[in-house]
Design a protein around this ligand. Structure first.
Ligand SMILES: *Cc1c(COP(=O)(O)O)cnc(C)c1O
Length: 409
C-alpha cells in the first residue's frame, strides 16, 4: 500500500501484497478494502463508513431481520445520530429524512389515509402548507386550517369523525405566534386524533414536544443541529409504539434515505448544540431589546420579550430562546425596506437559519401568499441573530436604518 506508515506487514498492506499474483482488475477491486478489524485507532467521533452493500459473514445472515443487512439508514453513524436524538427528544424511536421538509411531510404521510382530514395551524412552515394543499388533496386527504389564536376548545370543536391529525408549530413560522401545545395535544388525544409538531425553533432542546403529549416531534436538523448552513437533514421522533411502527414502515416503504456524510455532520453539530443555541438566544435578545427602542420599529415578534402576546406560554413551557425572531417596521415603502436590507453587511440576505451567521429576509412576499395572514401594520422582517458580537450586529442594523431614512418615500 503506497504511503502506508505500516512497516510490519500487518493489516491491509499485507492483503494487497499477498494478493499480488492476481490480475490488476481483481486487485483494483479487492485491495485496501475494509477489514473486520475496521478501525485500528480510536477516534472521538464514531467511524464514518459509507456503504450501500453490507457484507455478511454467512449466507443465512442475509435474510435476518434482527441485524442490518443493507446500508440504507442503518450504518453505525445513523444509529449514533438516532440514539443521540432519541436522548434529546426523550423518544424511543427516531427516523431520519433527507431534509426538514421531507421529515414534515413524512410525519404526516405515515399516519394519514385517503378520506382522512387533517387540521393545521395557519402559521405552520409555508412549504408544509403547500404540501397539504397540493399533494394531500390529490391523495384524497382534506386539510382544514385554524388560526394560532384559536383556543384549544375552538380547535376541539373542529375535530370530526374523519380528523386524523393535528399539525402544530410553535412559535409559528414568520409570525412567531405561540400555541398551548399541551392543551391542544390533550383535546386531540381525547378524541383519538394524533398530534404532530414542527419543533425546529426549539431544536429539540428548549421545548420537548413528546413530554407535552405530542405524538410526532419533527425538526429540520438543517437548522440548529447541523448548525453550519451546509447540510440538509430532518428527523421525526415518536414514543408510542404504534406510531413508531407506522413511521418506520413509511421510511422503509418509500426508500427515504440519508447520506452517512450528512448524518456525520449532524452528529458533529449536535455536540455543541446547547452552548450555541444559548448564545444565539442571548445575542438575539440583546438585538431584539435594542430594536424595541428604535422609532422605525413598530413591534418585535419574540416570545421571550415580556410584552409579547405569547410570553406567558413561552415562560411556562420553554427553557430558552433561539436567535430567530421577527420585527415589524413602521409603515414604509417597498423600496425603503429594500434600502434597509441591502445596506446590511453582517446580516446576509438568504433563506434558512440556525447556522453560526446572521441572516435577514423580508417576509411580506410570503405573507401575501398566506390567505389568512394577519395584518401586522407594517413590513415584516425576519432576523436570524448569529454568533457574531451583538454590538457589531446592532451597528450593522443602525446603518440599515440610516439607509431606510434616506430612501425616497
Ligand atoms: C427550514 C424549515 C423546515 C424545512 O427544512 P429543510 O431542511 O430546509 O427542508 C421545516 N420547518 C421549519 C420550521 C423550518 O424553518
Amino acid at each position: 500500500m503506497l504511503g502506508s506508515h505500516q512497516s510490519d506487514g500487518e493489516g491491509e498492506a499485507q492483503v494487497s501484497r499477498t494478493d499480488g499474483a492476481r490480475g490488476e482488475a481483481t486487485r483494483l477491486i479487492h485491495a485496501g478494502r475494509a477489514t473486520a478489524a475496521a478501525s485500528p485507532v480510536r477516534t472521538v467521533a464514531p467511524t464514518l463508513q459509507r456503504g450501500s452493500t453490507l457484507l455478511l459473514p454467512r449466507s443465512r445472515d442475509l435474510y435476518r431481520e434482527d441485524i442490518p443487512t443493507y446500508g440504507m439508514n442503518s450504518l453505525a453513524v445513523h444509529d449514533a445520530l438516532k440514539a443521540a436524538l432519541g436522548d434529546l427528544e426523550g423518544a424511543d424511536h427516531v427516523e431520519l429524512f433527507s431534509s426538514g421538509l421531507a421529515a414534515c411531510t413524512g410525519a404526516i404521510l405515515c399516519v394519514v389515509e385517503a378520506g382522512d382530514e387533517i387540521l393545521i395551524v395557519e402559521s405552520v412552515y409555508g412549504p408544509t402548507r403547500r404540501f397539504c394543499d397540493r399533494f394531500l388533496t390529490r391523495m384524497g386527504v382534506t386539510t382544514r386550517r385554524f388560526t394560532p389564536k384559536a383556543s384549544p376548545d375552538e380547535v376541539a370543536a373542529m375535530i370530526g369523525p374523519r380528523t386524523r391529525l393535528l399539525v402544530l408549530e410553535s412559535p409559528g413560522s414568520l409570525t412567531f405566534d405561540m400555541l398551548d401545545v399541551a392543551a391542544l395535544a390533550r383535546v386531540a388525544r381525547a378524541r383519538g386524533v394524533l398530534t404532530m409538531m414542527d419543533n425546529t425553533w426549539a431544536a429539540g432542546l428548549i421545548f420537548k414536544p413528546l413530554d407535552h403529549g405530542v405524538d410526532l416531534s419533527v425538526q429540520a436538523l438543517t437548522k440548529y443541529v447541523c448548525g453550519h448552513s451546509d447540510v440538509f437533514l430532518g428527523s421525526v421522533a415518536a414514543r408510542d409504539r404504534a406510531v413508531a411502527l407506522k413511521l418506520a414502515n413509511f421510511v422503509r416503504d418509500t426508500g427515504a434515505s440519508t447520506s452517512p456524510d450528512d448524518v456525520f455532520q449532524a452528529l458533529r453539530g449536535l455536540r455543541t448544540l446547547k452552548p450555541r443555541i444559548e448564545r444565539h438566544g442571548q445575542n438575539g435578545l440583546i438585538v431584539a431589546r435594542w430594536l424595541q427602542t428604535r422609532r422605525e420599529v413598530k413591534r418585535v415578534l419574540h416570545p421571550a420579550l415580556p410584552d409579547d402576546p405569547g410570553h406567558g406560554l413561552w415562560a411556562r413551557d420553554y427553557a430558552g430562546a433561539c436567535g430567530l425572531f421577527g420585527l415589524v417596521l413602521e409603515p414604509a415603502s417597498d423600496s425603503a425596506v429594500e434600502a434597509f436590507l441591502d445596506r446590511l453587511k453582517l446580516f446576509g440576505l438568504g433563506f434558512s437559519w440556525g447556522g453560526y451567521e446572521s441572516l435577514a429576509i423580508p417576509c411580506d412576499p410570503q405573507l401575501r401568499r398566506t390567505p389568512a395572514a394577519q395584518d401586522l401594520g407594517g413590513p415584516l422582517i425576519r432576523l436570524h441573530v448569529g454568533l457574531e458580537d451583538p454590538q457589531d450586529l446592532i451597528n450593522d442594523l443602525e446603518q440599515g436604518f440610516a439607509a431606510l431614512a434616506a430612501a425616497p418615500p
